[in-house]
Each structure stands twice: as structure tokens, then as C-alpha cells.
Design a protein around this ligand. Structure first.
Ligand SMILES: NC(=O)c1ccc[n+]([C@@H]2O[C@H](COP(=O)([O-])OP(=O)(O)OC[C@H]3O[C@@H](n4cnc5c(N)ncnc54)[C@H](O)[C@@H]3O)[C@@H](O)[C@H]2O)c1
Length: 416
């Protein structure tokens, strides 16, 4: 029997040199990906079905590259060469001539499945790798739309692409390891740090970061502290921005959508449940910096003002308010617990999780290393106290974390 070259794996099945990259979708992410790929010396073919979208992306890329040249980050010749590597594809099918296509179309499963089906058909027997930049959809579900699930992979960049160093490489159960490693190599060539993650809800960053927001929202929602106090407490322990400042930067609508998508994938498990304050902000049209108001008001020049006076929170019983220390201790403990749950679920290695959180969210230290610095016993103590006070709120300590705390073990030592 002759093996189907699309389905076979191992040596010879993967083009080892990726020279041509296709980019589908020329929006925020697609434009950034195309720019970084062109600067890395790859030939880039971009397609977007919306009239004028590719032209707008090319203008934006030219602007960014122009500024990089002005700052001396690129020579004028390098800038011209990078722009010369960008070409437009009039049809989606043309992208199948690339060695790897990165899809950065809207976050809609059926839309992405349709695009992958067409790319797969157009590629016929060519050994093209089809990568998705999805933030929250299942790579496996996308791969199922093709005849080449072995060659479908997640390649999750972070916004803004030229600045953020992280790429999560997501392998589904059928993804050929040679395809994941070729994708990781490509990310390195683009100057990024790849981390390998399993195809699970939120992958690494969007999962482990959930409690950073949700615990902060709970503290404020219970009337235990103000949004500015929570942000100051987190900055006080080394975070560059606090959770509410970060939601305002990302957009309350985007933050809610990611929370809802992770919560839905975990079938409503308590610790992922969206907080009512997230919806309140979206319903009030206070989406953050982009609308001039979010958890904070912003002046016309973008400088932050006071927290929103209209935020409706519970009135805490006198004496129940928490200190900056307690705020940071609680939020860090919930993030450590989530990181431990990701290790336990086989999402990624402890090192990959810590690297992803440092590079993908600018945490000053990876959460697992942070937990060990604080002491895993102390982290477990904080979570047990929270759980005792609110048994249905998802503070249950992950078994791996409790075991390591009891034995004085480390996430970073081989487990027996
Ligand atoms: N923005 C972020 O912070 C971010 C970060 C990581 C991943 N992502 C993911 O990247 C993807 C793109 O997000 P974005 O922020 O660049 O969105 P965007 O809205 O800026 O860009 C989407 C682009 O897709 C085009 N498009 C519309 N219909 C299409 C179709 N049928 N086929 C192909 N392209 C189509 C649009 O014209 C637009 O240019 C999404 O899956 C998103 O979840 C976004």
C-alpha cells in the first residue's frame, strides 16, 4: 500500500525549510504577523476577502517599518527588502502555494473551518502546514474540517505581534510532532519564543490568567477594596499593570468574551465563571481605553483618571476590607492554583507555563516559580481559607499543588 503523503509523518513528510508563508486575514493580528515574517526574510502572501483590507494592512505595515527605520532598528535597505517580500493574493486558494499558512480571520469556528477546508482542497497533495492564530477555538475542531489533521497546528501570537515575544504552538491529538516542531522553528526565525501547549481551553495564557482578573473582580465586587487599591496592590508586588488597568487596555468586551469562552469550554466550572461586573462594564459601553472609559475614566490625551463612580459593588461589613498584602496574596494564590491545574491537566510543562506567563502577560515571574518563592504551603493555606469562607467559588486546591506542598516538592523537579 502506498502511504498517503498527506497523512504520513516523520522524515520527508514536512518541508524542513519554510520559505513562503501565507497569511489569511489582514486585520490587527494578520498585519502584525505578515510584518514580522517579512522582516525575518520570509516571502509573505496575504489574502483578505474584505475589499481594501489588504491595502490598509500594507499601509500600516509600511508605517511601522518606516518608524523602525527611523529609530535605527532596521537599515533603510532592510526596510525596503521587507516591504518587497509582501505580496497580495486575490484568492484564498492562492495561499496554498505557501509552505505554511497562518490563519488570522475572525474568531468564528465555522468561518475558520470553511477557510481550512478550502485551503486543504486547494493544496491538494502539497505538504502545506495550516496554522490557526485562534485565541480560544479548538484546533482539533478546525483540523477535522480538513483531510490533513496531522498538518494542522495552532500558532497563537500575542498583540501587538511585533512587540510580544511569545507564540503558543498548539498541537492537537493528531498533529504530527514534526509539524509542531517546524512551526516552533518558524516562530524562532520570526524572533519569537515558542512554547508547546496541548489543545485545551484557553491554551496556557488565556487559562492561567483568568483568576488574575476574576479574583480581582470578586474582591471589588464584594466591596473589600476599590479597583485602584487592587491595581496598586498588584503593582506593589511587581506587576507592570493591575488587573483593572489591564482590562481597560485589552477591552472589557474582549476580556468578557475570552472569559465566557473558557468558562463554556469548562462547562461552567465555578472558578472560570464570568463575574457580573464584567457584563456591567460592557452593558454600560465602558469598554476601556478604546471608548475613553472603562473601570477608569480617561482624559482626552489618554491619561487615566478616577475609577468609575457608577460601579455597583456590595457594601462590605465594617472591618471586612482587605489590605494590599491580602489582595496580592489572594490573587497570586489563585493564579498559582490555575497554573498547577494546567500542569496537572498536561497542558504544558511547568517551564513552558512560566515562560508563557512572563512573555504573554508580562508577569514579573512565572506563577509556578512565584508560588515556590512564596512557599507552596502558604499558597495552599490562602486557598484553603478562601475555600472555607466560600465553598462554591472554585478555590479548591488542585491535588498536584497540595501534594507538592505537603512533601516540600517542586514543580520543576521530575515527578515520581
Ligand atoms: N487581537 C488580539 O489581541 C488577538 C490576539 C491573539 C489572537 N487573536 C486571534 O486572531 C484572529 C484575528 O483577530 P484580529 O484581532 O486580527 O481581528 P481583526 O478583526 O482585526 O481582523 C480580522 C480580519 O479578517 C478579515 N476577514 C473577515 N472575514 C474573513 C474571512 N471569511 N476569511 C478571512 N478573513 C476574513 C477581516 O477583513 C479582518 O481584516 C482571531 O482568531 C483572534 O481570536 C487576536
Amino acid at each position: 500500500m502506498v502511504a498517503d503523503p498527506l497523512l504520513s509523518s516523520g522524515e520527508g513528510a514536512t518541508p524542513l525549510t519554510i520559505a513562503r508563508v501565507g497569511v489569511l486575514g489582514a486585520g490587527t493580528m494578520g498585519a502584525g504577523i505578515a510584518q514580522v515574517a517579512a522582516e525575518a526574510g520570509l516571502a509573505v502572501l496575504i489574502h483578505d476577502p474584505v475589499v481594501g483590507a489588504v491595502e490598509r494592512a500594507q499601509e500600516r505595515i509600511a508605517g511601522f517599518i518606516g518608524r523602525r527605520v527611523e529609530k535605527g532598528q532596521l537599515t533603510p535597505a532592510e526596510g525596503v527588502a521587507a516591504l518587497g517580500r509582501l505580496a497580495t493574493a486575490t484568492e484564498l486558494e492562492n495561499l496554498a502555494s505557501a509552505d505554511l499558512v497562518i490563519e488570522a480571520a475572525p474568531e468564528d469556528l465555522e468561518l475558520k473551518r470553511g477557510a481550512f477546508r478550502r485551503l486543504d482542497a486547494a493544496a491538494a497533495d502539497r505538504l502545506v502546514i495550516l496554522a490557526s492564530n485562534t485565541s480560544s477555538l479548538s484546533i482539533t475542531r478546525i483540523a477535522e474540517a480538513t483531510r490533513r489533521p496531522q498538518r494542522v497546528v495552532g500558532m497563537h501570537f500575542f498583540n501587538p505581534v511585533p512587540v510580544m515575544a511569545l507564540v503558543e504552538v498548539i498541537a492537537g491529538p493528531l498533529t504530527d510532532p514534526a509539524v509542531s516542531s517546524a512551526t516552533a522553528d518558524l516562530a524562532r526565525r520570526m524572533g519569537k519564543t515558542p512554547v508547546m501547549a496541548a489543545d485545551t481551553p484557553g491554551f496556557i495564557v488565556n487559562r492561567v490568567a483568568r483568576p488574575f482578573y476574576l479574583e480581582a473582580l470578586r474582591i471589588v465586587g464584594e466591596g473589600l477594596a476599590g479597583v485602584d487599591e487592587v491595581d496598586a496592590a498588584m503593582r506593589g508586588v511587581g506587576f507592570r499593570v493591575g488587573p483593572f488597568e489591564l482590562i481597560d487596555a485589552i477591552g472589557a468586551d474582549v476580556n468578557l468574551a475570552v472569559t465566557e469562552s473558557v468558562a463554556a469550554a469548562f462547562a461552567g466550572e465555578a472558578r472560570y465563571r464570568p463575574h457580573p461586573l464584567q457584563r456591567a462594564l460592557v452593558e454600560a459601553g465602558r469598554l476601556g481605553r478604546k471608548t475613553g472609559a472603562g473601570f477608569y475614566d480617561y482624559a482626552a490625551d489618554g491619561s487615566p483618571g478616577a475609577p468609575w463612580a457608577g460601579l455597583r459593588t456590595r457594601r462590605a461589613v465594617p472591618g471586612a476590607r482587605v489590605t494590599a498584602d491580602q489582595i496580592a496574596t489572594q490573587i497570586v494564590a489563585t493564579v498559582v492554583n490555575e497554573a498547577a491545574s494546567a500542569v496537572e491537566a498536561g497542558v504544558a510543562t511547568p517551564d513552558a507555563i512560566d515562560t508563557a506567563m512572563r512573555l504573554g502577560t508580562n508577569y514579573p515571574l512565572g506563577p509556578l516559580a512565584w508560588g515556590e518563592r512564596v512557599g507552596l504551603g502558604a499558597v495552599v493555606g490562602t486557598l484553603d481559607a478562601l475555600h472555607a469562607a466560600a465553598p462554591d467559588s472554585g478555590y479548591r486546591v488542585v491535588p498536584l499543588l497540595r501534594r507538592l506542598a505537603e512533601r516540600g516538592g517542586s514543580f520543576f523537579e521530575p515527578r515520581p
